[in-house]
Design a protein around this ligand. Sequence first.
Ligand SMILES: NC(=O)c1ccc[n+]([C@@H]2O[C@H](COP(=O)([O-])OP(=O)(O)OC[C@H]3O[C@@H](n4cnc5c(N)ncnc54)[C@H](O)[C@@H]3O)[C@@H](O)[C@H]2O)c1
Ligand SMILES: [Zn+2]
Length: 351
Amino acid sequence: MIELRCAPADGRPTLVRIGSGILGDGVLAAAGQRFPGRRTFVVADRSVSAATGCVGAAAGHAGATILVDGGEPLKSFGGVEDLLRRLVRAGADRSSVLVAVGGGSVGDAVGLAAALLLRGVELVLAPTTLLAMVDSSVGGKTAINLPEGKNLVGAYWPASEVWIDPGFLATLPENEWRSGLGEVLKVAIGLDAELFEHCERHAESLLARDVDATTTAITRSIAAKISVVESDPLETGPRRLLNLGHTLGHALEIASDFSIPHGIAVARGLHHAIDVATTAGKLAAADAQRIRKLLASFGFEPAPLTGRQALLQLVERDKKVVGGQLHAVLPTGIGSSATFRMTPAAFLSPR
Ligand SMILES: NC(=O)c1ccc[n+]([C@@H]2O[C@H](COP(=O)([O-])OP(=O)(O)OC[C@H]3O[C@@H](n4cnc5c(N)ncnc54)[C@H](O)[C@@H]3O)[C@@H](O)[C@H]2O)c1
Ligand SMILES: [Zn+2]
């Protein structure tokens, strides 16, 4: 088992434990071991629980299991209110531990519920999608959506522990798998040359969900995220680099009414960021070619941008645009990136 620690200077630390089989006896049994004598409330995505049997049983460990439907509707005031009421009715108190089992949607909703319940109870995340393992479970962000937009309401409430068992990924639907790979490639391209080389060398194994290759990719992705989160917990500087591929990616997601999975939209955004960076003279042609080849080896081919005018409007409305300028994150080499101020129009139509 691998242990990583995320300890931002002004936040609470998170212990990340990674290993295939670490939850093999079930999440409840792990909770019994890590938090003996504490009441544990496992909130699990119903379909994950059914597909993987991951909640399990724990003889003698007090608590309850609450099943929810994962997905965006859970990330709403109604979804969080329902969760809070079920937790209170089941007897949750200030010393209780909440364990979220599921993808990023469950982690975000349970995380916010943990921040709100009795002004805050202990949170553990057991992510079950690749995207949640490599991205959303570290960093302390929780959020729900409003009809006006995604992730507009939330709190910083870091998990005290994150339990990652890559064995759970076997049942993940293929498009969710590829979506997670999009985020892994974002980290490889923008932050970690060693992860980049790992992805180049093991593309086939990663596409086939080989557990060892995947565990390495998860570990390096989290380590990279930890280093930027520690240096910039509130996203005013280096943490912005995690948004590589996301400016266009978000616009594509919205334009498709969220029918394109997040990480797949990000991968399209990565191709675009390469175009912008090369045109602006920030990325050498040989590096650009190598990055494009890596994306293609994972099935992420460049596609022409259609509906540029609508995309421009979406980018202009992005909450990250300040004073008509956005901080465009662009690749500057293999495993390196930087932010550049430019207008949404210049970002969208580089030439
Ligand atoms: N807090 C953060 O820092 C952060 C970062 C990135 C994304 N997010 C949020 O994460 C959410 C997306 O997360 P996601 O991609 O994990 O989606 P998700 O939670 O909606 O899960 C995707 C689907 O996969 C199913 N599923 C999950 N694990 C499974 C498994 N092991 N086997 C079979 N099916 C499984 C779920 O039931 C669901 O249908 C978005 O709401 C996004 O805003 C948050
Ligand atoms: Zn993302």
